[in-house]
Ligand binder design. Structure first.
Ligand SMILES: Nc1ncnc2c1ncn2[C@@H]1O[C@H](COP(=O)(O)OP(=O)(O)OP(=O)(O)O)[C@@H](O)[C@H]1O
Length: 585
């Protein structure tokens, strides 16, 4: 997700939504300047307290100067409090405008690009508006930290220069070198932190989706895949955390060079400056106090909290930019009813079950146009079910991409993907409950006539009649129904769903060839794209396109083209075509 990590659209979005906040920003800067009063004057006042007070035998004068420093801290506290007002005037309108854009974007997607009958993504809107709140909190924290930090740095250097220009140079040169080295490194650090945040989210998403889909995972027998997906996400997150830790280690040399080295410089140069009589002992101690009280903490904050807020903000803002709509975005006349282009595009897909295992799929590339019908064929164990599962979003490719309707399976929100794609596995899952609950499982609230249409299309109606209608209780489906009957229920369930991409993974293997033909023709007529893992010649011949996977790789074409050009396909078809061996007496 290069956009999310580099974050440019996000920064553009933030600039746009905070365009009206310049005056508040100037006020916030003004209060930051007031907050910097101790950073500007305290070192100098400390020097005076020593030189003209305690070291001159006038402790009362010394105490008065120290009281003056305390008073400056009182001013700083008041300015810190006053800062909240301009900050609120920046972040609250920004939040309102972000919420407007996010909700507008979600509604636009629901109205112009959504699935028939799917409705607006209310959960998505809630999720996004909580991200907006996170942006608001992060922007506020960043401004509250970074503005005073920058002004404090400047003020402390000015205060130091007012004590003695040479001492200011001893401090400023290494400090500026350290800051100059850190700023470009911060870009890499931001990228790594952003990648880490995303990796952490993927762990949460993978775990959440596996737990949420426990029933489907059991139904599909996908527990190994589910475990592998969570492991992959956790490993990626651990790797990202290690890279962040290495990048964070950069802070140490920056603080040592920019903060501790100046202290050493002052302690080494101070005595000789004092002996020359050009600098007072109080001035040396005042200079050291500027570095230890302001510059070192500022460096620590800059390389720690500020860099952290910044990377978090870029991730959040880029994500909102991807889902929000600007005012005046095109209406229905300009927006295509569905994303343009092919329904399913697979490019360079490579997948292995473990980090050290051989890839099952290597560099697989093909395209299925919207409403197309593809047969997936190949010898046993070659990876057909693996490919079918990846197309359905169960697991993510190690390399390459799968895009459905213009969006990759990684980008599609979980709920949207689940509504868009349906996979029917070889072993149909019928759960204890009524027949209606089973058939309407992917189309909750569907009326009986819609269920009846689905049942009629796939050839389930006779079984519905035999069981006594949709209210029939299936208490022990595995015992009461044959494998073929369970397959018909699972097929009617998917037929009745809003899915636009249906994948049948040997989902008709327990049906006779005539019943299989009824099912496949019904799905081919149904709006949407159909992929069938085929195990019969008739099934492959019915599809407009065939993808064959074999030990040498993969090939893609029509049944006739592959038959003429691909020896592996011809052999497979010959094998399917071979007459059944005569039964042994
Ligand atoms: N969860 C898993 N973990 C590790 N290896 C797996 C897993 N699932 C499948 N495999 C391996 O991946 C390879 C491809 O399996 P897959 O089930 O995708 O093949 P297939 O072409 O669908 O086979 P069949 O036609 O027999 O169903 C096989 O070698 C299989 O052992």
């Amino acid at each position: 997700m290069p956009d999310i990590v580099s974050g440019d659209p996000g920064l553009r979005l933030l600039r746009e939504v905070s365009a009206g906040s310049r005056r508040s920003l100037v006020r916030a800067l003004g209060w930051s300047a007031v907050q910097a009063a101790p950073a500007l004057a305290s070192g100098r006042m400390l020097a005076t307290a020593l030189d003209q007070g305690f070291l001159a035998g006038r402790p009362v004068a010394g105490v008065c100067w120290l009281t003056g420093i305390a008073a400056l801290y009182g001013v700083r506290a008041a300015a810190q409090r006053a800062m909240f007002d301009p900050l609120a005037s920046i972040v609250e309108p920004m939040r309102d405008e972000l919420v407007r854009r996010v909700v507008r974007g979600a509604l636009r997607r629901a109205v112009y690009e959504g699935l028939p009958g799917a409705g607006p993504d209310a959960a998505g809107v809630t999720r996004l508006s909580s991200q907006v709140d996170a942006v608001r909190g992060t922007v506020a924290a960043l401004l509250r930290t970074a503005l005073p930090l920058a002004v404090n740095l400047l003020a402390a250097l000015l205060g130091l220069a007012s004590l003695d220009l040479r001492m200011a140079l001893v401090v400023a040169v290494p400090l500026l070198v350290a800051v100059a080295a850190f700023v470009p490194a911060m870009r890499a650090l931001t990228r790594r932190r952003a990648a880490y945040l995303l990796a952490e989210e993927r762990v949460a998403a993978a775990t959440g989706s596996v737990i949420g889909a426990a029933r489907d995972v059991a139904a599909l027998g996908a527990d190994r895949e589910a475990r592998a997906e969570v492991h992959r996400a956790a490993d990626a997150s651990a790797r990202a955390a290690t890279t962040v830790a290495w990048a964070n280690a950069l802070r140490v040399p920056v603080i040592l060079f920019g903060g501790q080295l100046p202290v050493l410089g002052l302690l080494l140069a101070g005595p000789s400056l004092v002996r020359q009589g050009t600098v007072s002992p109080g001035a040396v101690i005042g200079a050291v106090s500027y570095v230890t009280a302001y510059l070192i903490p500022a460096l620590q904050q800059m390389t720690g909290a500020v860099a952290g807020y910044w990377s978090q903000l870029r991730v959040l803002a880029a994500r909102l930019a991807a889902t929000s709509a600007r005012p005046g975005t095109p209406g229905p006349a300009e927006v295509p009813a569905r994303p343009a282009g092919a329904d399913l595009i697979v490019r360079g897909l490579t997948f292995a079950y473990g980090p050290h295992s051989e890839p099952v799929l290597r560099d697989v590339t093909f395209t299925v146009p919207r409403a197309g019908h593809l047969a997936l064929v190949g010898p046993s164990g070659v990876g057909k079910s693996t490919l079918a599962a990846l197309l359905a979003g169960i697991g993510q490719p190690d390399a390459g991409r799968i895009a459905i309707g213009g969006r990759t399976t990684a980008e599609l929100p979980e709920a949207e993907r689940a509504a868009l794609v349906a996979l029917v596995p070889q072993e149909a899952y019928v759960f204890p409950g009524t027949l209606r609950e089973n058939v309407a499982y992917l189309a909750p609230g569907a009326r009986d006539d819609a269920l009846e249409r689905a049942a009629a299309a796939v050839g389930l109606s006779p079984l519905v009649a035999r069981l006594g209608g949709y209210d029939a209780e299936l208490t022990d489906p595995a015992a009461a129904l044959s494998s073929g009957e369970r397959q018909l229920i699972a097929l009617a369930r998917v037929y009745a769903s809003p899915a636009r991409l249906v994948i049948l993974d040997e989902a008709t293997c327990h049906l006779d060839p005539a019943a299989e033909a009824v099912v496949e023709s019904a799905f081919a007529r149904r709006p949407g794209t159909l992929i069938v893992v085929a195990h019969r010649l008739s099934s492959a011949a019915r599809a407009g396109r065939v993808l064959i996977l074999d030990a040498d790789g993969h090939a893609f074409g029509t049944h006739a083209e592959l038959l003429a050009t691909h020896p592996g396909y011809a052999a497979l078809v010959g094998h399917w075509d071979a007459p059944l061996p005569a039964p042994t007496p």
